[in-house]
Write a protein that binds this ligand. Structure first.
Ligand code: PHE
Ligand code: ZN
Length: 862
C-alpha cells in the first residue's frame, strides 16, 4: 500500500528528453466569461484538429475545476473521462468543435495562479501552467490558438473589461451588467492569455511606430495611483522606440495595455497586448519610490514590452526552453537600461546581482543548467540561472559575433521562427549561421551547470610575458564530471610604471583545460586586466598582488575593470581578516581615497566602486562561512575607512546636500554617493551621526534620501531610531509599497536583536503572508541578512521554516521561492548545518505539502 507520504515522495518528474509534439492542435478558441468574484462561469469553444496519423483522444488539462458540460460538434456527450485532473475526450474525426463549461472561484484563489481577485479587481496569471485553472485546454506552450474573449460583469463593480489583442465590441446588459469582446489576431499559447476586470483609471499615451501606425497605450491603476504612472508610461515609449532602433522590432497591435495589481507572484507578465504588473514595478513618484525603484520600473516595463517579440511572436516549444525567451529578454532589457544612463554602472549592478543570486544558486543544491533536464514543478525554474545566467550566454554570443553579425543573427531568428514555438538550439543555430561561427562547443553553456573557475597568472621575462590560463567547472547535482567551456575573455595589459596600455584589448576564446598566451615586445612590466566588462560569467582566481589591484583600480581604462580590481582588493583583505581575525587595511583605504578624490569620475561610478562586497559574497569565498567573523571583519574595515577618510566622506555628503530633487543620471549619482558617504560616516562612529541622519530623514524631498537615512538610523541604537520608524510608518500607512520598505529595512538591520525584531514584526497587524510583496519584504529580506538569519541558536532557521509551512498553504509558489537560504547548510559549520537540515526535514514531513515546496526542500537536503 502506498500511503500519502510515500506518494508525495515520488511526485511526477517531467523530463526534457520525453518531449513529443502535441497530438491535437487548437487553431481557434472562443471564451465566454460570466465574471463574478465568488463564482465565475467559463464557457470554452475549441476548434481542434488532429495532428498527424494517430488515434489518441483529445487531452485537455484542468486543475481544481470539474466539467459542468461537454459538447462535441454541438451535441452533449458523456463518453469523456478524467485522468487525474485532465479531461479526456474521444474524438472520431480529424476536426471537431469541443465545448466545455466550468465554474471557478476567483476570490478563493490565494495561489494567484489562474483567475484571481486582487483588491477589488479580477485578473489572471497563466504562466507557466495557470490557464488550466481557468478552463480545460492543452496547457502547453507549443499549442498556439487565436483567441476571441467575451466577458460580462456587473457594470458598477467592474466598469473596465480588458483582454488580449484589440477591443471588438461592447454593450449593456439587463440587471446592471455589461459585456465586452476582445480579439487577438496573433496565435498564442495559453500562458500569454490575460483578462482584467475592475474599477480602474487610465493614463493614456500614444506611440507612432516606425511604419507610421498609431498605437494607443494605457496604464491602468486604482484611481488614487494615477499620479504615479507617468514614469512607467515614459519608459514604455522609450522601450518601444529602442526596440525599433536596436533590433528593428515594431509593435503589432493597435492597443498596448498595462495593468498594475497589488497581489502578484513575480515582477510582471508579458501577456499579449495586456501586460499585468506587480504594482511595485509601475507606481512611482519622488516621495514614495527610490532611484532604485525608478530604474527597476523602467527595466521591467521594457522587459515585458520586449517579450512581444522575444517570447510572444517567437515563443518556447516547452518549458525547458524557458531561457530562450527569458535570457534573451533580460539581455535586451539590460542593454536598454545601459543605453539610458551609465553603461558601466549598469554592468556593475548586473554583475553584482549575478554574484548575489546566481552564483550561490550555481554552487548549491538547486544548481541546474540554463536549459534544465527535468523538473517537478516548473514554477521553481524561474531562477537567476534561467534569467541572468541565460542573459550572460546571449551576451557572450553577442561578444563573439560582434554587433553587426549579432543583429543579423537576431533578424534571422525573428524572421525564421515568427509565429512558432522554438528552442534554445534554434536560437544558437541562427547565431552560427548569420554569425558565421562554430558554436558547437559553446552549447555546453546550455547543458552544464556550475560557475567555471579560471585561474590566471602572468609571468614577466623582460619584454615578453606569458599569460597562463586554467579552467575548472565544479561538480553540480547530477553532473559530477564537466568538460571545459568556451570562455570569451577580454584581456589587456598595462605598464606598471607609466600606467599606459601595452596592448590593445584582445578577445581570448579560452576553450581548453589550460592554455598559455605569449605577449612580445613589452616596454615595461605588465599588469593584467582580465575578463574586462565581465565578458564571461566566471570566477577569476588570480595571484595579482594588492599593489597591482590598487594600480588597476586607478589606471584601467575600462570602468568595469577598475571596479573589479577594487572589489578584488577589498575581497582579499576581508577574506584575510575573516580567516586571521585581522588584516592590513591600508591598501584598501588608499585605493578608496584615490577613487573618491578623482573628480573626473562619474559620481554613480564612485559610489559603486567604494562599496565593500556584501557579507554573503565574502562568505562565498570561504570553505566554511562564519557569519559573525565576516560581519566583524567587514564592520572593522568600514570603521577604518570611515575614520581615515572622514573629511572626504563629509565632502561627498555635502556635495549632494541641499539640491532639490531631480531625476536624471547626474542627480541620481550624487544621491547615491551621498548616501554611501552617510553609511561610512555612521560606520566611523561620528558623534553627530544620529542627528545628521535624522535631519536628512526629515528634510528629504525624495524617498531615496529618506530611506537611506532610515536605514542608517535602523542599524543603530539612538532615540531617533524609534522616532523615524514611527514617522515613516504613519506617513505611509496607506501605501502598501512603502510599508514594504518599512518591514524590509528592519529585516535587513545589522543590529544584534534583528532575529527577535523580525519575529515580532511577523505578528504586526500590517503583516500578511497573503500578499507576496509583504511576505518577501519581511521573510525574504530576513533570509538575505546573513548574520541575523544564521544566528547560532537556530531561531532564524526555525522562523523561516514556520513561515514557509504557513505560506505553503496559501501560496506555494511564493513559499518555494523563499526557501533557498535554508539550502545553504553545506557551506556552514556542523552546528548550523544540523539546525538547517532539521528545519528542511521538518518541512518535507509536512502532510499535503505542495510539490513546489517539496521539490525545493527535498533537493536541498540531498
Ligand atoms: N514571464 C515573466 C517575465 O519574466 C515572469 C513571470 C513568470 C511572471 C511566471 C509570472 C509568472 O517577464
Ligand atoms: Zn521575462
Amino acid at each position: 500500500m502506498i500511503d500519502a507520504q510515500t506518494a508525495l515522495a515520488q511526485p511526477h518528474v517531467t523530463r526534457r528528453e520525453d518531449y513529443s509534439p502535441p497530438e491535437w492542435l487548437v487553431p481557434e478558441v472562443a471564451l465566454d466569461f460570466d465574471l463574478d468574484a465568488e463564482r465565475t462561469r467559463v464557457k470554452a469553444r475549441l476548434e481542434v484538429t488532429r495532428r498527424g496519423a494517430h488515434d489518441a483522444p483529445l487531452r485537455l488539462n484542468g486543475a481544481g475545476q470539474a466539467p459542468l458540460a461537454v459538447l462535441v460538434d454541438g451535441v452533449a456527450v458523456n463518453d469523456w473521462r478524467l485522468d487525474g485532473e485532465d479531461l479526456i475526450i474521444p474524438l472520431a474525426g480529424g476536426r471537431h468543435v469541443v465545448e466545455t463549461e466550468v465554474e471557478i472561484a476567483p476570490e478563493r484563489n490565494t495561489q494567484l495562479m489562474g483567475l484571481y481577485a486582487s483588491g477589488e479587481n479580477l485578473c489572471t496569471q497563466c504562466e507557466a501552467e495557470g490557464f488550466r485553472r481557468i478552463t480545460y485546454f492543452p496547457d502547453r506552450p507549443d499549442v498556439l490558438a487565436r483567441y476571441r474573449v467575451r466577458m460580462s460583469a456587473d457594470k458598477a463593480r467592474f466598469p473596465v473589461l480588458l483582454a488580449n489583442g484589440d477591443p471588438v465590441a461592447s454593450g449593456d446588459l439587463p440587471g446592471g451588467r455589461h459585456w465586452a469582446e476582445w480579439h487577438d489576431p496573433f496565435p498564442k499559447p495559453t500562458y500569454l492569455f490575460a483578462l482584467v476586470a475592475g474599477d480602474l483609471a487610465v493614463n493614456r499615451g500614444t506611440f507612432v511606430t516606425q511604419s507610421g501606425r498609431e498605437v494607443a497605450l494605457g496604464i491602468w491603476v486604482r484611481r488614487a495611483d494615477l499620479p504615479r504612472t507617468d514614469h512607467a508610461l515614459d519608459a514604455l515609449k522609450a522601450a518601444m522606440a529602442w526596440d525599433e532602433r536596436v533590433y528593428g522590432r515594431e509593435y503589432d497591435l493597435d492597443v498596448f495595455n498595462i495593468v498594475a495589481v497589488d497581489d502578484f507572484n513575480f515582477g510582471a507578465m508579458e501577456n499579449k497586448g495586456l501586460n499585468i504588473f506587480n504594482s511595485r514595478y509601475i507606481l512611482a513618484d519622488p516621495d514614495t519610490a527610490t532611484d532604485y525603484d525608478y530604474d527597476a520600473i523602467a527595466a521591467v516595463v521594457a522587459h515585458e514590452y520586449f517579450h512581444n517579440w522575444s517570447g510572444n511572436r517567437v515563443t518556447c516549444r516547452d518549458w525547458f526552453q524557458l531561457s530562450l525567451k527569458e535570457g534573451f529578454t533580460v539581455y535586451r532589457d539590460q542593454s536598454f537600461s545601459a543605453d539610458q544612463g551609465s553603461a558601466a554602472v549598469k554592468r556593475i549592478e548586473d554583475v553584482r546581482g549575478l554574484r548575489a543570486s546566481q552564483f550561490p544558486e550555481d554552487s548549491g543544491p538547486l544548481a541546474h543548467p540554463v536549459r534544465p533536464e527535468s523538473y517537478i514543478e516548473i514554477s521553481n525554474f524561474y531562477t537567476a540561472t534561467i534569467y541572468n545566467k541565460g542573459a550572460e550566454l546571449i551576451r557572450m554570443m553577442a561578444t563573439i559575433l560582434g554587433p553587426a553579425k549579432f543583429r543579423a543573427a537576431t533578424d534571422l531568428y525573428f524572421s525564421r521562427f515568427d509565429g512558432t514555438a522554438a528552442t534554445c538550439e534554434d536560437f544558437v543555430a541562427c547565431m552560427e549561421e548569420a554569425g558565421e561561427v562554430d558554436l558547437s562547443r559553446f552549447r555546453l553553456w546550455y547543458s552544464q551547470a556550475g560557475t567555471p573557475r579560471v585561474s590566471v597568472s602572468i609571468s614577466d621575462n623582460g619584454g615578453r610575458a606569458t599569460l597562463r590560463l586554467a579552467q575548472h567547472v565544479p561538480p553540480t547535482p547530477g553532473q559530477p564530471d564537466k568538460q571545459p567551456m568556451v570562455l570569451p575573455l577580454k584581456v589587456k595589459l598595462f605598464g606598471a610604471e607609466t600606467g599606459r596600455p601595452l596592448t590593445p584589448e584582445r578577445l581570448v576564446l579560452f576553450d581548453t583545460l589550460s592554455e598559455s598566451i605569449t605577449f612580445e615586445g613589452l616596454a615595461e612590466r605588465p599588469v593584467m586586466s582580465i575578463n574586462r566588462g565581465f565578458s564571461a560569467p566566471v570566477i577569476i582566481e588570480s595571484d595579482r598582488p594588492a599593489t597591482d589591484l590598487a594600480f588597476l583600480s586607478a589606471h584601467d581604462d575600462d570602468p568595469f575593470a577598475r571596479y573589479e580590481a577594487m572589489q578584488q582588493l577589498m575581497l582579499d583583505t576581508l577574506v584575510a581578516a575573516t580567516v586571521e581575525g585581522r588584516a592590513d587595511h591600508r591598501a584598501v583605504i588608499d585605493a578608496v581615497a584615490n577613487t573618491l578624490g578623482d573628480a573626473t569620475l562619474d559620481r554613480a561610478f564612485v559610489a559603486e566602486a567604494v562599496l565593500l562586497p556584501s557579507e554573503s559574497f565574502i562568505g562565498d569565498q570561504l570553505v566554511t562561512v562564519d557569519p559573525d567573523a565576516i560581519f566583524a571583519a567587514r564592520e572593522a574595515l568600514r570603521r577604518d575607512l570611515g575614520t581615515a577618510l572622514a573629511a572626504q566622506w563629509r565632502a561627498a555628503y555635502d556635495e549632494g546636500d541641499g539640491r532639490p530633487y531631480a531625476y536624471n543620471p547626474a542627480a541620481k549619482g550624487l544621491r547615491r554617493l551621498r548616501n554611501v558617504a552617510l553609511g561610512y560616516i555612521a560606520a566611523s562612529g561620528a558623534a553627530d551621526i544620529a542627528p545628521l541622519a535624522f535631519r536628512q530623514f526629515e528634510r528629504a524631498d525624495n524617498m531615496t534620501d529618506r530611506q537611506a537615512a532610515l536605514t542608517t538610523l535602523v542599524n543603530g541604537d539612538w532615540d531617533e531610531r524609534a522616532a523615524a520608524l514611527d514617522i515613516f510608518y504613519n506617513r505611509y500607512a496607506d501605501n502598501p509599497l512603502v510599508l514594504d520598505k518599512w518591514f524590509q529595512t528592519q529585516a535587513l538591520s545589522t543590529r544584534d536583536d534583528t532575529p527577535s525584531a523580525v519575529a515580532a514584526l511577523a505578528a504586526h497587524p500590517d503583516f500578511t503572508l497573503a500578499n507576496p510583496n509583504r511576505a518577501r519584504s519581511l521573510i525574504g529580506a530576513f533570509g538575505a541578512n546573513q548574520r541575523a538569519f544564521n544566528a547560532i541558536d537556530g531561531r532564524g532557521y526555525r522562523f523561516l521554516a514556520d513561515q514557509l509551512i504557513a505560506l505553503d498553504r496559501i501560496n506555494p509558489q511564493t513559499a518555494a521561492k523563499l526557501l533557498p537560504p535554508l539550502g545553504r547548510w553545506r557551506r556552514f559549520d556542523t552546528r548550523r548545518a544540523g539546525l538547517m537540515r532539521a528545519e528542511l526535514e521538518r518541512i518535507v514531513a509536512v502532510p499535503e505539502l505542495s510539490k513546489d515546496l517539496f521539490e525545493q526542500a527535498s533537493k536541498s537536503l540531498e
